[in-house]
Design a protein around this ligand. Structure first.
Ligand code: ADP
Length: 159
């Protein structure tokens, strides 16, 4: 069984993330979308809320599971018998950081391979942070994130 992990902050999940999830689910028997507990960032959504949104928007893909992790990705990979780490690449600016992470993860766990998937053209400028920024100033984010995410963001600001 070929298991891949797609790790990230997903604060919130965008259509760019969803595109990578769908495409990678065709390459592996199982894809675990793993939400990182990141103490150094102040997120909009809690890990549980992010996982819940991810479950909703991937409910039609049978071989996708949602989980969370903290600490080293290399440890999570070992504990869960994962063979590949899936990452998305949007622009050259993603490359340097992702190369560093891939090489470090290989050093920590030589059995794991990082697989890079190129963004789809229409999502190449899309990140969770730009979605939050546009939303904050009442810009239209329809088509950039699933509708469930727009509803959840509206609920957050009305609290
Ligand atoms: P961000 O906050 O930058 O959107 P995440 O940590 O949630 O990033 O991203 C998780 C993974 O998804 C990373 O490998 C990132 O490069 C990838 N990714 C994010 N947005 C896109 C996109 N629009 N197209 C392709 N890959 C993406």
């Amino acid at each position: 069984m070929r298991i891949a992990v797609y790790p990230g902050s997903f604060d919130p999940v965008t259509n760019g993330h969803l595109d990578i999830i769908k495409r990678s689910s065709r390459l592996f028997d199982k894809v675990i979308v793993a939400v990182l507990h990141n103490a150094s960032k102040t997120p909009l959504f809690t890990v549980e809320e992010k996982m819940d949104l991810l479950s909703q928007v991937t409910s039609d893909i049978t071989n996708v599971e949602i989980d969370s992790f903290s600490g080293l990705l290399a440890d999570y990979v070992m504990e869960n018998k994962i063979s590949s780490i899936v990452k998305g690449l949007r622009a050259v600016s993603d490359f340097e950081y992702e190369l560093q992470m891939a090489l470090m993860n290989r050093k920590l766990n030589p059995d794991v391979e990082t697989i890079f998937m190129m963004t789809s053209g229409e999502y190449s400028y899309l990140s969770s942070s730009i979605v939050k920024e546009v939303f904050k100033f009442n810009g239209c984010i329809k088509g950039l994130v699933p509708d469930e995410v727009i509803d959840a963001m509206k609920k957050k600001v009305s609290l």
